[in-house]
Design a protein around this ligand. Structure first.
Ligand code: GCU
Length: 330
C-alpha cells in the first residue's frame, strides 16, 4: 500500500532552509537530512546533489529534504535524533562521532597522515570501508566520506608559534581526543557546539578555536579571530550517515534502493571533494583580502607541535596502535 506522508512532515516541508521540492506524484518516502553548515558550503551543496541523484535513480519514489545551518539542531543532537528516528540522514564531522567508536576516534588523532593524498588512500581503501561501519552498533550506517581539509588554530590575539598557544582558551569539539590534543599543546580546551563559537570568540569567552579555512571564513570567525596559524594539526573527514531505521524504511519501498542510495552518497562525495578544494582556495583568498594574518610554520616549529602530542600515541592500547601503524604505512 502506498505510504502516506505524515501531516507534520508536510508542514515542515513548507518552511526552513531546506532545498528539495515537496512530494511529487510518485513519492513514497521523504527523508530528513541534517547538515550544520550554511547553504552554499561544499557539504550542503553536495548533500543537495546527493538528494537529486537519489530522486532521479529511484524514479522520484525517495526524496531527501536537506536542512542546513544546523536547523535540526547541533551535531551532537543530530546524532541523538538519528538514533530515535527524528532525523534520517546527516553529514557529521568525525569529531562528533568519536564518542561512539574508539576506532573512529583514532581518525581524529593529530598528525596522523602525511598529507591529503595519504588520508584519501586510507579512506578510499579497506580501512575507510571498515570505519564507515564502525558505528553500526549504535544503529548508524556510514555511507561515504566527505572532505573537510585540515584544521588549524586561530585566535583573536596574534599567534605565530607553539609558545603563543600556551594558556589560551581554545574552543574544541565535544570530543575527548580534541581536548587532549589541545591540552598537550599547552592551551585550555573549551568544548562547545560549533554554532556557539562565533559568539564565544566575540565576547572573549574563548581566545581562539581551530578549524579548516572554509569554516573559519563562512562562520565569520575570521572577523573576530583574525590570526590564523596554518599548522594543519588534524584532518577530520566528514561522514554521511543514515540511521538503520531509515535503511529499513527505504528497503520497505524497494529492496534494491538501499544500495542505490549508498552509491549516490559515494558519488556525491566525489563532487564534494572537488567543491572543497575550490572553496578552500577561495576562503584563504577572502581571509587575506579581509586582512587576516596567516602564518605558515617552519619545519622545526611544526616538529614541536608533533612532539607535544606524541604522548597521545604512546598511550594507545596495542590493538589501536596496530591500526594507527596500518594507517601510517598506507
Ligand atoms: C567543521 C565540520 C562541522 C563541525 C565543525 C566543528 O566545520 O564541518 O561539521 O561541526 O567542524 O568544529 O564542530
Amino acid at each position: 500500500m502506498r505510504k502516506l506522508i505524515p501531516l507534520f512532515l508536510a508542514v515542515v516541508l513548507m518552511c526552513g532552509c531546506s532545498h528539495a521540492a515537496g512530494a511529487g506524484q510518485g513519492t513514497k518516502l521523504i527523508l530528513r537530512y541534517a547538515d550544520n553548515q550554511p547553504k552554499n558550503y561544499p557539504t550542503t551543496l553536495a548533500a543537495q546533489y546527493f538528494a537529486d541523484l537519489v530522486q532521479e535513480r529511484t524514479d522520484g519514489e525517495i526524496r531527501i529534504r536537506v536542512f542546513c545551518d544546523g536547523e535540526l539542531g547541533d551535531e551532537v543532537s543530530a546524532l541523538e535524533q538519528l538514533s530515535f528516528g527524528g532525523i534520517d540522514m546527516a553529514r557529521l564531522s568525525t569529531g562528533t562521532l568519536t564518542e561512539h567508536s574508539e576506532e573512529l576516534a583514532l581518525l581524529t588523532m593529530p598528525y596522523l597522515y602525511k598529507d591529503a593524498d595519504h588520508m584519501w588512500r586510507v579512506l578510499d581503501g579497506a580501512i575507510g570501508e571498515r570505519l564507515l561501519a564502525a558505528i553500526n552498533d549504535s544503529g548508524i550506517i556510514g555511507m561515504s566520506w566527505y572532505d573537510a581539509g585540515a584544521r588549524s588554530f586561530y585566535s583573536s590575539a596574534p599567534i605565530t608559534s607553539l609558545e603563543d598557544l600556551q594558556g589560551l582558551r581554545i574552543r574544541v569539539q565535544e570530543s575527548e581526543t580534541m581536548s587532549q590534543m589541545v591540552a598537550l599543546l599547552g592551551a585550555e580546551p573549551v568544548p562547545m557546539a560549533y554554532e556557539q563559537v562565533y559568539a564565544a570568540l566575540y565576547v572573549g569567552k574563548v581566545d581562539g578555536a581551530e578549524n579548516n579555512l572554509p569554516s573559519f571564513a563562512s562562520m565569520g570567525h575570521s572577523n573576530v579571530a583574525p590570526y590564523f596559524l596554518h599548522d594543519e594539526h588534524s584532518r577530520l573527514p566528514e561522514m554521511q550517515v543514515m540511521s538503520a531505521s531509515c535503511a529499513e524504511k527505504i528497503r520497505d519501498v524497494n529492496a534494491s534502493y538501499v544500495d542505490i542510495v549508498i552509491a549516490c552518497a559515494k558519488e556525491s562525495a566525489l563532487y564534494e571533494r572537488r567543491l572543497w578544494l575550490e572553496q578552500t582556495a577561495d576562503s584563504r583568498a577572502a581571509a587575506v583580502r579581509q586582512g587576516v594574518t596567516i602564518t605558515e610554520l617552519t619545519a622545526a616549529e611544526r616538529q614541536k607541535f608533533r612532539d607535544a602530542v606524541q604522548p597521545m600515541y604512546d598511550a594507545l592500547p596495542e590493538e589501536q596502535r596496530e591500526l594507527v601503524n596500518r594507517i601510517r604505512n598506507s
